[in-house]
Design a binder for this molecule. Structure first.
Ligand code: NOJ
Length: 914
């Protein structure tokens, strides 16, 4: 990049300019060789109807656990390309199809690159080697077809067609998913530049094959030439598809026929736009499709630059009862192999949790990390940090973490401190620790040249290499830098030493945690704000093929290093860039949003999508990163942000200070109330994270996850449930009232007044600025900790309040998870509790489902609140440890309160209301 351009880019990053995203920095599909070629190929093949791909029947082998064979790509009468495939039935009735290319006969004499296609994305995306099911029946090949039956009662069937390669996946006798229905399968096989043009099929374009004409990508040497892989997948009868984060867009994905495809390419997209298909910081190539009765998922296990086209194809028959719309998808990746997993089941929850079994469940975070995080670029020095912390107490606002951005370092050299401002980091950490607060500091992957850390990375051969095999150098915050290559397993040992107690970074403080930013990787001097595609990563792999995975390897290395530092404590790492699998070790946030209402709104859509893609520990910068929110917007943002699983306020260096006390009254009190509500509900958030950790469930459920048969909720993305709380944040300026949609006939109670709302459809709620619209669905039992404390760790010995909201059948249920909140001891059966609270026939039962033991904290209940219609209890009897005693309660109009029932959650107990 030319110097002038580079400085323009840097100043854009630093200044709060009102220009919005720089479209010209990012390739559109028609500017990107492989995307344009594949879209063209699809259009042309639809016209010619030519079929170039078939299965060589003689090559097919039906093994015990895998079916292998060759797909043939016919170029002309005498030439074909061999594309070995494997087809596996995985555990849980998932299907995995891989299509590679035999390159053995091709002479490729590049010393620095491996010749084979990159096929290791799965190693990062999966949590170990996937288990294969041997339980299937396969037919012989006849009339160009073989079938595979699997699953309980053989409810699944694959029909594999050989003459024209196609696979139909049936579930309950209905076709649900079809591979290559439109014949868009395209494996651009390896060829030399000289004979390339003559070997093009009539539907193929030559655009961008050996040369990239996009401005800053011109230097890309494209050593393999065109090598994209693409496949079309039809979801029959599915009008709605979701997922493939990260995009600032609606939850239900749009038809892209007349627009850009959704792009998955991890980039530093500062000042991103809303309603956009542009790439962002992270990529999870999981798409979830849903229709009443059936849900499906497609996991495209590829870490290269990827575009996904979506087309809603109306196949409705005139006068038919129901419309029939198929969603046709077209997956296009620049390189690598085709590696795709299909999930089919009866509900969307089943799909996400099935995917989670393959990719790994979300980590169980420390309790403190679910508390309130106060960030800003930057808190300037030790005094600033400690004053922020003191002010939290002065204004009685709970807070768990203060964040230090870029400028705490000495000239942006990570693992150093700006001495004048932070003369004694250990002292600062110790002082924060007195209030049981933590510090998070930023550590980015670019390392300024010529200092101890980057010198060692270079000496130990742990840096990214450029196309000539030298350390790759580029520009980022500190100026000229190199990047640690965390694909290299040897990087871990070195990275771990940097976080060790004796590294000189933070002594043996136990309240330090880490923020990994800019790990797309962001390269200011690189094309599309990232590394050139011919940079070489570990194993002689071009970053072209593993680009989207880098961010994950980097935050995983940090996670592992912190695990070593803390031995038995769960590390907290926040990452900006992510891939499938990132949920195992990091939280994410949605990057550099703006202080505008539309960004508040889109944050909900984005976080719901993160939940669908099994990375629920997610949040957005409260207040908006760029700009200065009005006091109203700031207040509404806190009232929304308390529902983000990761709850952090953060702001750009040029924005004005906006900590909760800055806006003054009444805003400060409203923000305090919101944050305190979050703290009261921490047991709920922690329980939800635990459930996600063990079974891949969502923390925030979009309405269609809870009501998969109600078509009216399939596009709702401004409301969600967390357990039994139905939330609709206010995201409109000056909204005095809003509509909240209740998805069925069950009673819902206003969280504050217990006013009853019942009836499927919209209900009007008045929303003065102090109102946070939350309804408790009848049938819910919530566990809370109501006492104000300065940080979550201090709530440990506080008793619980149980809130029982009765449904129309006077029943309610809930779960509660308790452990020490910070260590891995919960893996031992006697160190945690998971219990079920069940109200039925006027008896509340508390029963331990798992774990048996001491959690070190309080297991007492100080209050039980029961909300319902026509309550008419006269007395209550409490029973625990074979003893029964009568208790007292207060009667109110529509709720009763039992004070100090004197029960202990670590043993079973019951309360009978008579
Ligand atoms: C970019 C991040 O998105 C932002 O949150 C951070 O403040 C800046 N980098 C500076 O580190």
């Amino acid at each position: 990049m030319k110097l002038l351009q580079f400085f323009c880019l840097v100043s854009l990053l630093i200044l709060d300019v009102a220009f919005g995203v720089k479209h010209e920095l990012f390739k559109r599909c028609d500017q990107s060789g492989f995307c344009r070629r594949n879209r063209h190929y699809g259009n042309e093949i639809s016209k010619t109807q030519n079929k170039y791909y078939s299965i060589n029947e003689e090559s097919v082998k039906f093994g015990h656990s895998v079916i292998t064979g060759d797909i043939q790509k016919s170029l002309n009468q005498s030439h074909s390309v061999r594309l070995p495939f494997t087809l596996e039935i995985l555990e849980n009735n998932n299907i995995r199809l891989q299509i590679d290319e035999d390159r053995s006969k091709f002479e490729f004499n590049h010393k620095l690159l491996q010749k084979e296609r990159y096929n290791e994305a799965w190693k990062y995306a999966f949590n170990g080697i996937p288990k294969i099911s041997k339980n299937y029946k396969v037919s012989d090949i006849s009339n160009g077809q073989f079938d595979i039956l699997y699953g309980k009662d053989e409810q699944y069937k694959l029909e594999v067609y050989t003459e024209h390669f196609e696979i139909i996946v049936k579930y309950h006798n209905e076709p649900q998913i079809i591979f290559n229905e439109r014949s868009f399968l395209n494996v651009e096989h390896i060829r030399s530049k000289d004979n390339h043009e003559s070997s093009l099929l009539q539907e193929e374009l030559n655009f961008g094959s050996f040369q990239d004409s996009f401005k800053d990508s011109k230097a890309d040497t494209l050593p393999f030439g065109p090598e994209s892989v693409a496949l079309d997948v039809t979801f029959q009868g599915f009008k709605h598809v979701y997922g493939i984060p990260e995009h600032a867009d609606s939850l239900s994905l749009r038809d892209t026929t007349a627009s850009e495809p959704y792009r998955l390419y991890n980039v530093d997209i500062f000042e991103y736009e809303v309603d956009s298909r542009l790439p962002m910081y992270g990529a999870i190539p999981l798409l979830v499709a849903h229709k009443p009765g059936v849900s499906a998922g497609l996991f495209w296990v590829n870490g290269a630059d990827t575009y996904v086209d979506i087309k809603k194809q109306d196949r409705s028959v005139p006068n038919a009862l129901r419309e029939h719309i198929d969603t046709q998808t077209h997956w296009i990746s620049e390189s690598g192999i085709i590696d795709v997993v299909i999930f089919i089941g009866s509900s969307p929850t089943e799909i996400t949790s099935n995917y989670a079994k393959l990719s790994g469940q979300t980590q169980l975070p420390q309790l403190f990390s679910l508390g309130y995080h106060q960030g800003r670029w930057n808190y300037n020095d030790e005094e600033d940090v400690l004053t922020i912390s003191e002010n939290m107490d002065k204004y009685e606002i709970p807070c768990d973490v203060i964040w230090l951005d870029l400028e705490y370092t000495d000239s942006r050299r990570y693992f150093t401190w700006k001495k004048g401002s932070f003369p004694d980091p250990e002292r600062m950490l110790a002082k924060l620790n007195e209030t049981y607060r933590s510090l998070v500091t930023l550590i980015d992957p670019h390392l300024k040249l010529n200092y101890e850390v980057s010198d060692q990375v270079s000496e130990k051969n742990l840096a990214f290499l450029d196309k000539n095999g030298k350390d790759f150098h580029g520009h980022c915050w500190p100026g000229e830098s190199l990047w640690i290559d965390t694909f290299n397993p040897n990087s871990q040992e070195f990275w771990t030493t940097l976080f060790a107690n004796d590294s000189g970074f933070a002594g043996d403080a136990t309240n330090l945690h880490i923020w990994n930013d800019m790990n797309e990787p962001s390269v200011f001097s690189g094309p599309e704000t990232t590394a050139p595609k011919d940079v070489i990563t570990y194993g002689n792999v071009e970053i072209r093929s593993d680009h989207n995975i880098y961010g994950l390897t980097y935050h995983e290395a940090t996670f592992e290093a912190l695990k070593e530092r803390y031995i038995n404590k769960r590390p907290f790492v926040l990452t900006r860039s992510f891939f499938a699998g990132s949920q195992r070790s990091a939280a994410m946030w949605t990057g550099d949003n703006m202080s505008k209402w539309e960004y508040l709104k889109v944050s909900i859509q984005m976080i719901l999508n993160q939940n669908i893609a099994n990375m629920p520990f997610s949040g957005a910068d409260i207040g908006g990163f760029f700009g200065n929110p009005s006091k109203e917007l700031l207040t509404r943002w806190y009232q929304t942000g308390i529902w983000y699983p990761f709850f952090r306020a953060h702001a750009h260096i040029d924005s004005r200070r906006r900590e909760p006390w800055v806006p003054g009254e009444p805003y400060t009190s409203l923000i305090r109330n919101a944050i305190r509500l979050r703290y009261r509900l921490l047991p709920l958030f922690y329980t939800k994270l635990y459930q996600s950790h063990v079974n891949g469930s969502l923390v925030l459920d979009p309405l269609f996850y809870k009501f998969p048969d109600n078509r009216d909720v399939f596009e709702i993305d401004d409301q969600f449930y967390i357990d039994g709380l139905l939330i609709k944040p206010v995201t409109e300026e000056g909204a005095e009232s809003i509509n909240i949609y209740i998805p069925d006939d069950e009673i819902h109670y206003d969280y504050d007044t217990f006013q009853k709302f019942q009836g499927l459809g919209d209900h009007r709620i008045s929303t003065p600025l102090e109102k946070i619209p939350v309804l408790i669905r009848g049938g819910t039992i919530l566990s809370r900790k109501d006492r104000y404390r300065r940080s979550s760790k201090l709530t440990r010995y506080d008793p619980y309040t149980l809130v029982i909201a009765l449904d129309s059948n006077r029943k309610a249920k809930g779960n509660l998870y308790i452990d020490d909140g910070e260590t891995y001891n919960y893996k031992l059966a006697d160190q945690y509790l998971y219990l079920e609270l069940n109200f039925v026939d006027n008896i509340l039962n508390s029963e331990i489902l798992e774990g048996a033991g001491s959690t070190g904290g309080s297991t007492k209940v100080e209050k039980i609140q029961i909300i319902g219609d026509d309550l008419s209890f006269e007395e209550i009897f409490i029973k625990q440890n074979d003893t029964e005693w009568s208790g007292s309660f207060e009667k109110h109009d529509n709720y009763y309160v039992v004070k100090n029932p004197n029960v202990d959650l670590s043993k079973n107990w019951s309360v009978s209301f008579r």
